[in-house]
Design a protein around this ligand. Structure first.
Ligand code: GDP
Length: 441
């Protein structure tokens, strides 16, 4: 889970303040000492931590907090505000040119996730109604061109390439002409990285920049490299000039130091974060939502967005009707399960629910159990899914065998489903009588 250590420590510290009627200066000081340690352990840049604590301290011991009725809550609010500010304050959008095509150049070291992010970004923009063209400008890493083509094919997004015999400047220029003639309104150029920053790479990127004049230069950095990512960002920002950052592999970053330091150190905002290897695992970066997640206040807005993106409104309506008419079947159950799982790994989803993230570390989300449930339902015939009552002993054995599970697993699922249906029926009954009451008071 992202920010796991930091989240649990901050939440524990702030919990002590939450319900205090009155706070002394000493209470605040000792809490802030713990906050400081937690941030340092999360690998946040030392200078950034010092400034952060100073700002929170100044505000927290101020008159308005100490005299307020809920001083503990006020301090939490200040920490939340300052964390948000630390990560950039408002969300930073891409600058889209009024005269298409908008040219976006991706830069970064090898392995940071540039090629993957190029494809993810193209998908993201396509979903927003844009017509992107990907340009394969990484002519050094073997297989980079092929990789981009495969990803483009999978997303049904065109990829422009000229092999590895032309210069990246020529490829980029030709790619832009192609976009103009093809009506593509966004061009995403994947450039070559190196294992370390070197002059040759920077010169090449500068040359692309001056020839192509991109509207956005986005630096791709790997969150898991912590302060190294921050140093890389500082270096690129100074030598080349960048407009924003795509912070990848945040899904694997339990500490969060890069996410929390990069804006303060470089002055450049994180615009997107990579949350997994899959092509839909790219999110716009919202500092306020991320801060709420860290403090265990959840991130309901992102949750709703994810649900809207992956749950079909029409199907949801049909489902509601089925539940009302008591026709909810195992088939519908399976579909529901799959839709929820489409939203992403369950620990990420649960972490967005207020209050849950703090408890998550004690809760092992068992994705395997869900795999088993899917396998069991998949091993049933359509008739059995619609009418689970017909599933007798021999059918249960067959289903267990077919799904590679135990007969007890099948029994448990059928029992749970029966209980769920019973509950739905009761709820329906309650709603109906409630409605009647409303109409005939
Ligand atoms: P490039 O050399 O910068 O072009 O890097 P690639 O795009 O080839 O990515 C390197 C590796 O990182 C690949 O295995 C990707 O699947 C993986 N990767 C990229 N972004 C993410 C992310 O957000 N999360 C995770 N878990 N893996 C990622």
């Amino acid at each position: 889970m992202i920010f796991e250590g930091l989240a649990s420590k901050l939440q524990a510290t702030l919990k002590k303040l939450r319900n205090k009627g009155k706070l002394s200066g000493k209470d605040v000081k000792s809490a802030l000492k713990e906050v400081k340690l937690a941030l340092l352990e999360a690998d946040v840049n030392y200078k950034v931590v010092k400034q952060f604590i100073k700002r929170v301290q100044e505000r927290a011991v101020g008159h308005e907090v100490m005299e307020s009725l809920t001083p503990g809550q006020q301090v939490i609010k200040i920490v939340n505000d300052e964390l948000t500010e630390l990560m950039g304050g408002n969300k930073s959008d891409l600058s889209i040119s009024s005269k298409p095509p908008t040219i976006i150049m991706l830069v970064g070291l090898q392995g940071a996730g540039k090629t993957t992010s190029a494809a993810k970004l193209a998908r993201f923009l396509k979903k927003k109604g844009k017509k992107p063209l990907l340009v394969a400008g990484d002519i050094y890493r073997p297989a980079a061109i092929k990789q981009l083509q495969v990803l483009g094919d999978r997303l049904d997004i065109p990829v422009f390439s000229m092999g590895d015999k032309n210069s990246p400047v020529d490829i980029s220029k030709a790619g832009i002409s192609k976009a103009e003639s093809n009506g593509n309104d966004v061009v995403i150029i994947d450039t070559a990285g190196r294992l370390h920053i070197d002059e040759e790479m920077m010169d090449e990127l500068k040359s692309i920049k001056s020839n192509v004049r991109p509207h956005e230069i986005l630096l791709v950095v790997d969150a898991m490299t912590g302060q190294d990512a921050v140093n890389v960002a500082e270096n690129f920002s100074e030598s080349l000039g960048i407009d924003g950052i795509i912070l990848t592999k945040l899904d694997g970053d339990a500490r969060g130091g890069a996410a929390l330091s990069i804006k303060a150190v470089t002055g450049k905002p994180i615009k997107f974060v990579g949350m997994g290897e899959k092509l839909d695992a790219l999110e716009s970066f919202h500092p306020d939502r991320m801060s709420s997640r860290i403090l265990g206040m959840g991130d309901v807005l992102s949750l709703i967005e994810k649900a809207e993106a992956s749950i079909d409104a029409k199907k949801a309506e049909e489902l509601e009707k089925k539940i009302r008419q008591n026709e909810f079947s195992l088939e519908d159950f399976l579909e529901q399960l799959q839709q929820v799982r489409n939203m992403g790994p369950l620990d990420q989803i649960l972490g967005m629910i207020p209050g849950v993230s703090g408890q998550l570390k004690n809760l092992q989300v068992d994705e395997k159990q869900l795999d088993r449930i899917e396998a069991i339902i998949n091993s049933m015939t359509i008739e059995e899914r619609k009418n689970p009552e017909i599933i007798n002993g021999s059918r249960r054995r067959r289903i267990a065998r077919g799904s590679g599970t135990k007969i007890q697993d099948v029994n448990r699922l059928l029992k749970q489903f029966k209980q769920t249906k019973k509950m739905m029926k009761q709820l329906n009954g309650m709603q109906k009588s409630g409605r009647k009451k409303m109409r005939f008071p």
